[in-house]
Design a protein around this ligand. Structure first.
Ligand SMILES: Cc1cc2nc3c(=O)[nH]c(=O)nc-3n(C[C@H](O)[C@H](O)[C@H](O)COP(=O)(O)OP(=O)(O)OC[C@H]3O[C@@H](n4cnc5c(N)ncnc54)[C@H](O)[C@@H]3O)c2cc1C
Length: 424
């Protein structure tokens, strides 16, 4: 569904103008119009919901199967306090029900994910756009907002098509990640120009990079059941995730690494390292016992045959090299006590130095943004600027992989729509 380009004579005045037809802007516009509001939705690019289309590997992980409080907790203390109300108003289950009503049934997948049953992100975007249009929202694409400003109790929006005037302005222009989708961070500048407080923005949910040579030999290998810990130069654990990992030619990707990457990007990466535990369900003692038993077994098994789960050859070679073993897959009986100890340590805590992240170009979300204390969590309105609402990635909120970021976009948009004065 491609939206039509505007004519130069388009009227840009409306009671409510929404900037950005992404996840938050589409949801808000639809729900506000359902409540009787007149909404003009301005989108910079030729089409709506580009990030929705790209999301979840074009399958769109549109929410989570976690309950509201579990989902909110994943945003840290401040984030969860702010989101508790929104996730009660529009729980992950309610998001699924709304999409079902729009003709997009959903289903659960591993790691608490929820996808449209069709497996097509396009269905999600199309359903939201169609629902918004059917409710009366006027959508104008190729209409980038260049600036915003308050004016005599209204808000003015400057675009190449003219200046729009509205009583309520809703900013939903997204963050500054994945800039090819149209989000280059203009919204942060506008908020700053209004003297609002912002947390500095950094890339999050992004692959990490490493200069370690051994990593580059492992490109393409996925490890499903590992745990990754992020440590600062002093060895302090900054975070841990038990989720799939993917080695790349530049470093480490997959949900486990990407979930922790926001912390790498937010401070100097020098001296930071990841510790990879390939068998977090087994204790070090358990692995040691396994190797000792194998050493006494008939047939002299190689270490590859003694592990709790088979490891790809290239990965086992890297582990063996790190443990200074004789060869990539020696027989268990040839490991002396010290070698066995080094192997157990490498299997449960293989260190990998980190040089940084791959940055905003490929980050799925932006960390940082409008500090939450300036917003009313019951309306999403900016306390100091009557008539101004801010939604989605512009807020200082980012969650781990698993549908949590769309859940925030939809739930905050729902709260904002419900908080509008009821039209007669
Ligand atoms: C590759 C990728 C995969 C992802 N997968 C998932 C996933 O599976 N699950 C999940 O929960 N999250 C996922 N995310 C994150 C998710 O897409 C975002 O968190 C979410 O889209 C944020 O919603 P938003 O409405 O704030 O911004 P966006 O959806 O980015 O929408 C912002 C809109 O504003 C428009 N815009 C920008 N500037 C202007 C302007 N000046 N004037 C007018 N319009 C403007 C943009 O063109 C865009 O259409 C993914 C992100 C990426 C990049």
């Amino acid at each position: 569904m491609e939206a039509s380009a505007p004519s130069q004579t388009e009227c840009l005045d409306a009671p409510i103008i929404v900037l950005g037809a992404g996840a938050a802007g589409l949801w808000f516009s639809w729900r506000a119009a359902m409540g009787g509001a007149q909404v003009l939705l301005l989108e910079k690019t030729p089409r709506t919901g580009t990030k929705i289309l790209a999301s979840g590997g074009t399958r769109c992980n549109l929410t989570t199967s976690l309950d509201p409080s579990q989902a909110a907790e994943l945003f840290g203390t401040k984030g969860s306090r702010f989101l508790n109300h929104a996730f009660e108003v529009l729980s992950p289950m309610a998001v699924r029900e709304r999409f079902e009503e729009l003709g997009v049934p959903t289903e659960e997948a591993p790691l608490d994910k929820v996808f449209p049953s069709s497996g097509r992100a396009r269905d999600v975007r199309d359903a939201l756009e169609a629902a918004a249009r059917a409710a009366g929202v006027k959508i104008v694409c190729n209409a980038p907002a260049h600036s915003i400003r308050p004016d005599q109790g209204d808000w003015l929006v400057e675009t190449p098509l003219g200046v729009g005037r509205c009583q309520r302005l809703v900013l939903a222009v997204g963050g500054r990640s994945y800039q090819t989708t149209g989000t280059i961070g203009e919204g942060y500048r506008w908020l700053q120009d209004l003297d609002l407080e912002l947390t500095p923005t950094t890339p999050a949910l992004v692959p990490m990079t490493s200069d370690e040579e051994w990593i580059h030999d492992l490109a393409g290998i996925a490890w499903q059941n590992g745990e990754v810990r992020l440590e600062d130069p002093k060895g302090k654990i900054l975070g841990r995730r038990r989720r799939p990992l993917l080695f790349t030619h530049l470093g480490l990707s997959g949900p486990g690494a990407m979930d922790l990457a926001g912390q790498v990007a937010a401070q100097p990466a020098a001296g930071m390292r990841l510790m990879l535990d390939f068998f977090p369900d087994e204790s070090r003692e358990g692995t040691r016992t396994r190797l000792i038993e194998a050493a006494g077994r008939k047939g002299a098994p190689r270490i590859s045959r003694c592990l709790p789960e088979a490891m790809p050859k290239r990965l086992l070679s890297a582990v063996s090299r790190a443990a200074l073993l004789d060869g990539p897959d020696p027989k268990a009986q040839f490991l002396d006590r010290a070698a066995r100890h080094r192997l157990v340590e490498a299997l449960h805590g293989l260190p990998m130095n980190i040089s940084g992240t791959r940055g905003f170009d490929v980050a799925e979300v932006t960390r940082g943004g409008l500090c939450l204390h300036q917003l009313d969590p019951f309306s999403m309105q900016v306390n100091s600027h009557p008539g101004l609402t801010v939604l989605g990635e512009l807020l200082d909120l980012d969650g781990p992989i698993g549908g949590l970021n769309f859940q925030v976009a939809f739930a905050c948009a729902e709260v904002a729509a419900l908080a509008l004065p009821v039209e007669d």
